[in-house]
Design a protein around this ligand. Structure first.
Ligand SMILES: [Zn+2]
Length: 113
């Protein structure tokens, strides 16, 4: 399961960050994912809850934000972003070239001591 593997990798990163910060309890984490990934934010949150159960991260809240995909539209020749159905926001065209999509990134972490 794609989301599960990513969640486990994410938890590793979070644990490292907490250790680097000198310990503490994670309350809240915001994750951004590139819109192109086949990731379901809901599935990711569900996996996170399962993975952190019984660990120091239990009770932390994961929020997932999807970043827009930058595209070039061959229909109207505009550079822009596309909607979630992979259509040009300007003309609704579907003949798009993907210019870039950001990888997954931890946007922010909130911790208490
Ligand atoms: Zn267009």
């Amino acid at each position: 399961m794609h989301e599960m593997a990513i969640t486990i990798a994410l938890v590793d990163v979070l644990n490292e960050e907490i250790e680097r910060a000198g310990g503490g309890r994670l309350v809240d984490v915001v994750l951004t994912v590139g819109g192109l990934g086949a990731l379901e934010p809901g599935a990711l949150s569900a996996c996170f809850e399962t993975v952190v159960e019984g660990t120091a991260l239990e009770g932390a809240r994961l929020s997932v934000r999807r970043l827009p995909i930058r595209i070039h539209c061959r229909g109207c020749r505009a550079d822009g972003i596309c909607d979630e159905h992979f259509r040009c926001l300007d003309c609704g065209g579907t003949d798009l070239v993907v210019l870039g999509s950001e990888p997954m990134r931890v946007e922010s972490m909130t911790m208490t001591k």
